[in-house]
Design a protein around this ligand. Structure first.
Ligand code: PMP
Ligand code: GLN
Length: 380
């Protein structure tokens, strides 16, 4: 039988490649973004309780109502922004499925979707599965700032969506209020839907603020937010997240959601609904991860790597131009095999594999792991 691949040029996921090598070479694994410590026992107990209480069958299609209410309360509390739990919030299988459903529901063949690069790896394949074209805007070392004039120049009558990600994986930069105002201005009076990937919302450092699209009324009216409980509550393997958007957008989103998963793991939703009632569970995250970032940076301050401290996410980007001319992919592979430390090379997220000698290290790790990692980095 002959088949035609819908994604003929897709390469193996960098997270599988580097994670596999880390395992094979028993390296300190700072590559894929997940914590190597256990999440809160209270949350695990709540999931167990929900299972024992019998919440083991299909959940409602849009998600358990009390969880949607808890999410609505969070947006009200943090941003004074209202999303109606009835029809403006949907629980998803991680942020990945929220992104998939948002793109698939609106993006048609020959549409264009603006993507800022380096870009998290699920955006472009999902755009291409819809038969549309990703229009890339490359952000560059050292500050990865958006040139809004370049964005304006790339908008056309075919532009259907603009995907942003703040705090930004992999650079660790965050959009300023001025960036958001520009975005709001540029998209005003257009048919562009904004997909705002905010999975690192609760990891913002040095007193900076997370500027969610929901804080800007005109922007909010055309935007989806994608979010991830896996990232927020240290259980990435649970694959549970959510999307928020105004009703007229969410009504279309759920048509894709319904036929890609229908509904999400029920007991976990019950547990998260209770867990979210305590704001400190997310309020304290930035301070928690800032301490880890500071420890990591303090430990490697004498190394040959150079850096700007991460402003958000749990990733630290390091530049190694002082060390070698090798391209970042080869260098990341060699560091794993020969030095015993795994990272993620930026180039896989860039236009034409642009190599700026940048590696991404995940600092959501125990202090012991960070110390072992730093020792190796200092020896290079
Ligand atoms: N967006 C970004 C920027 C990410 O780093 C990740 C990885 N967590 C996701 C989306 C996907 O999140 P999830 O694991 O909840 O699907
Ligand atoms: N979001 C995680 C990261 O950026 C990886 C998720 C995945 O493996 N697809 O490292």
């Amino acid at each position: 039988m002959q088949i035609t691949s819908k994604l003929p040029n897709l390469e193996p996921s960098i997270f599988s490649v580097m994670g596999g090598l880390a395992h094979q070479y028993n390296a300190v694994n700072l590559s894929q973004g997940f914590p190597d410590f256990k999440g809160d026992q209270k949350l695990i107990d709540l999931v167990n309780k929900a299972m024992n209480d019998g919440h083991n069958h299909y959940a409602p299609m849009r998600g358990v109502f009390s969880l949607r209410e808890a999410i609505a309360n969070k947006y009200d509390r943090l941003y004074r922004s209202s999303y109606h739990p009835e029809n403006e919030i949907t629980i998803t299988a991680g942020a990945t499925q929220a992104i998939y459903a948002a793109i698939t529901a609106f993006v048609k063949p020959n549409d264009e979707v603006l993507v800022l690069r380096p870009a998290y790896d699920c955006y472009i394949p999902t755009i291409e599965l819809s038969g549309a074209k990703a229009i890339s805007i490359q952000l560059t070392y050292p500050d990865y700032k958006v040139n809004w004039n370049e964005v304006k120049a790339k908008i056309s009558s075919k532009t259907r969506m603009f995907i942003i990600n703040t705090p930004h994986n992999p650079s660790g930069t965050v959009f300023s209020k001025a960036d958001m105002m520009q975005l709001q201005e540029i998209t005003k009076d257009t048919n562009i839907i904004v997909l705002s990937d905010e999975v690192y919302e609760h990891m913002v450092y040095d007193g900076e603020q997370h500027h969610s699209v929901c804080l800007f009324p005109e922007l909010k009216s055309r935007s989806f937010i994608s979010a991830s409980f896996g990232k927020t509550f240290h259980n990435t393997g649970w694959k549970i997240g959510y999307a928020c958007a105004p009703k007229y957008l969410m009504d279309e989103f759920v048509k894709v959601h319904e036929f890609s998963v229908f509904s999400i793991h029920h007991p976990t939703q019950k547990a998260l609904a209770v867990y979210l009632e305590t704001p400190s569970h997310y309020d304290e995250l930035s301070a928690f991860f800032q301490t880890k970032r500071d420890l990591f940076l303090d430990l490697i301050k004498g190394s040959k790597f150079t850096f700007t401290p991460s402003k958000g996410t749990y990733f630290q980007a390091l530049n190694y131009a002082n060390i070698t001319e090798e391209n970042d992919y080869e260098f990341a592979v060699r560091l794993t095999k020969e030095k015993g430390i795994a990272s993620i090379p930026f180039s896989v997220f860039n236009v034409n594999r642009l190599d700026e000698k940048m590696l991404r290290f995940c600092f959501a790790k125990t202090d012991d792991t960070l110390k072992r990692g730093a020792e190796i980095l200092n020896s290079i």
